[in-house]
Write a protein that binds this ligand. Structure first.
Ligand code: HEM
Length: 535
């Protein structure tokens, strides 16, 4: 007998055995997953289903969510908030439940508690871009890092920020005043202006400089400075955030956007390497200047145009010098990207929506102008101080009211690790994902009379105390609120003040014509246009 025949036969048998074992193993695995999931869901699901909610079926979950376009999800959520008792309802996203809450007392029980600070798995969609920074960090790392950063973010970073804002606004004014669609005060504009790209770029430049401690001229030399942190990323993240199908991890693993995610990771790494190397060089230069080890006429010193110590990167590099803090380069990268992503789109959307509101309601724009005139007289380009900003109280009311109607972050989520009794007959079981749809919370007619109306008077100093503290949460509330709230407020007000000192705006579309889209931030479905006149 030919020995090679025997060998082939043995080989064939071996292959058949391997395939059979693999199939058997897969069947066992799938059975085990299905059985354990259904056992878990049986008892858990029964408790969840005691909470009312829209029609749902096993496995596919709440059917409406699968068929409606993403642009309508927000409207549907607001409608359900009104329909179900105390605005509390459960949804099934495929086989995972989410409980939505909206009454101020319920919001307080979750956001106000030190216990419910864990984020849900959904936040993992942000990780390719922002790693394990504060937004996505697990609870122990979040606690340690928040403690590390809070004082400098609200202290020296604010002062650095003011300097960067004033300087960048100067150049911004030069760019904007050359825009051909902007006319002099006595002329009628014929061309419309889309202010969004200007504002977004401005916010990006200011935040970049304050976080990385590197002037934007230097950053421009980095090939990835223009890393598209804006549109395409938002689409990728929002697809994963809002599409129920993409919650199935295996779908995501083979999804075409996976490649894009990898490209983003590579670009983030490149940007980070550039920034950290450059900042370390500047810190060394600082040291040499202080210790007189450098010739005052040297070219290195002449090109030394940086913003001084106090950028976020300095706090992180200082902390890394003490080994006990356990700060790694990987963490520094995550935190820098977290602040960049969390800071610039949120602020620029807030500025844009406020312009839209003040452009739609000229009577309120007039009041803002009067306030500016009273404080700055005829000086159209003052360097603003924190004290000036605190005196702009009517502008502040307008921004607050805009953030009520158009909160830049539309959705917050928390995982609760203990049973939470909302009402005696309404218990959210431990392990549930709890969601807060901020536009729905902000449209509660029991708190805000005529909630769709733009009325800055709601936030007048003598009325603000009437608003339940947990009925207004554009920056979230409680221990895991927005750490950059102060920076976001300063940026929004300083940009708006400088704009209204020099320009008047009129919105072209009416508020009811502009649809909002809930992505990771809340933006208009189509660009918003203005007629802009120089003052
Ligand atoms: C008007 C502007 C802003 C708005 C409306 C806003 C809103 C928010 C909201 C709602 C959260 C909570 C997110 C969640 O729990 O899922 C948050 C968190 C955060 N924001 Fe802001 N933000 C703004 C500006 C900024 C700025 C300028 C920065 C920094 C430069 C920043 C950095 C952060 C960070 C790091 C977190 C995570 C905090 C933590 O988990 O401890 N934000 N922001």
């Amino acid at each position: 007998m030919d020995t090679s025949d025997g060998f082939n036969l043995e080989n064939k048998n071996l292959k058949v055995n391997v395939y059979t074992s693999l199939v058997a193993l897969s069947v066992l695995l799938v059975t085990w997953i299905v059985a354990s999931q259904s056992l878990k869901l049986k008892s858990f699901g029964k408790r969840i289903d005691k909470i009312p909610g829209p029609f749902s079926v096993p496995i596919l979950g709440t059917l409406v969510l699968i068929v409606i376009p993403r642009s309508e999800i927000l409207e549907v959520l607001v409608r359900w908030t009104k329909k179900f008792k105390q605005g509390c309802f459960r949804l099934w996203l495929l086989n995972e439940p989410v409980v939505f809450i909206s009454s101020p007392d319920h919001v307080q029980k979750i956001l106000g508690s030190k216990e419910h600070v864990e984020k849900t798995e959904l936040y993992n969609v942000l990780k390719p871009l922002i790693g394990n920074g504060l937004i996505t960090a697990d609870v122990p790392s979040w606690k340690a890092h928040r403690r590390l950063l809070i004082n400098s973010v609200n202290g020296k970073m604010v002062n650095i920020f003011m300097g960067v804002c004033n300087q960048t606004l100067g150049t911004f004014h030069d760019i904007l005043s050359k825009e051909p669609s902007i006319v002099n005060f006595d002329e009628e504009p014929t061309q419309r202006t889309n202010l969004h790209p200007f504002i977004n770029r401005l916010a990006f430049d200011i935040i970049c400089e304050t976080i990385f401690g590197i002037s934007k001229e230097t950053l421009k030399n980095s090939s990835t400075y223009y890393l598209n942190v804006s549109h395409k990323n938002k689409t990728v993240m929002s697809n994963r955030w809002f599409s129920p199908w993409l919650r199935w991890k295996w779908v995501w693993a083979i999804h075409p956007l996976k490649q894009y995610e990898n490209d983003v990771k590579a670009a983030v790494n490149e940007l980070f390497d550039f920034v950290v190397t450059e900042r370390r060089r500047l810190r060394q230069l600082d040291h040499d200047i202080n210790t007189n080890e450098i010739d005052p006429e040297s070219s290195a010193l002449k090109s030394h145009k940086h913003i001084g110590r106090g950028a976020l990167i300095d706090t992180l590099l200082d902390a890394a010098e003490n080994e006990e803090n356990g700060i790694t380069d990987e963490y520094i990268k995550s935190e820098l990207m977290t602040f960049l992503v969390a800071g610039h789109d949120t602020s620029s959307e807030t500025i844009l929506w406020t312009l839209f509101m003040l452009g739609s309601y000229p009577e309120h724009q007039e009041k803002v102008n009067n306030e500016l005139k009273e404080i700055f007289g005829s000086n159209r380009n003052p360097d603003l101080t924190l004290d000036d900003l605190s005196r702009l109280t009517y502008l502040d009311q307008c921004v607050k009211e805009t953030l009520r109607i158009y909160p830049s972050v539309p959705l917050l989520m928390r995982k609760v690790n203990t049973d939470v009794e909302m009402e005696p007959d309404l218990i959210i079981p431990a392990g549930t994902d709890v969601a807060l749809c901020i536009p729905a919370i902000h449209q509660n007619p029991l708190i805000y009379k005529d909630p769709k109306k733009f009325d800055p008077e709601r936030f007048a100093p003598d009325k603000i105390a009437d608003i339940h503290p947990y009925a207004y949460c554009p920056f979230s509330l409680g221990p895991r609120n927005c750490i950059g709230k102060r920076l976001g407020e300063v940026l929004t007000k300083i940009v708006l003040a400088r704009l209204f000192l020099n320009y008047s705006v009129a919105s072209i579309q009416k508020p009811e014509e502009v649809k909002i889209v809930a992505e990771v931030t809340l933006g208009p479905s189509k660009p918003i246009f203005f007629y802009v006149k120089k003052r």
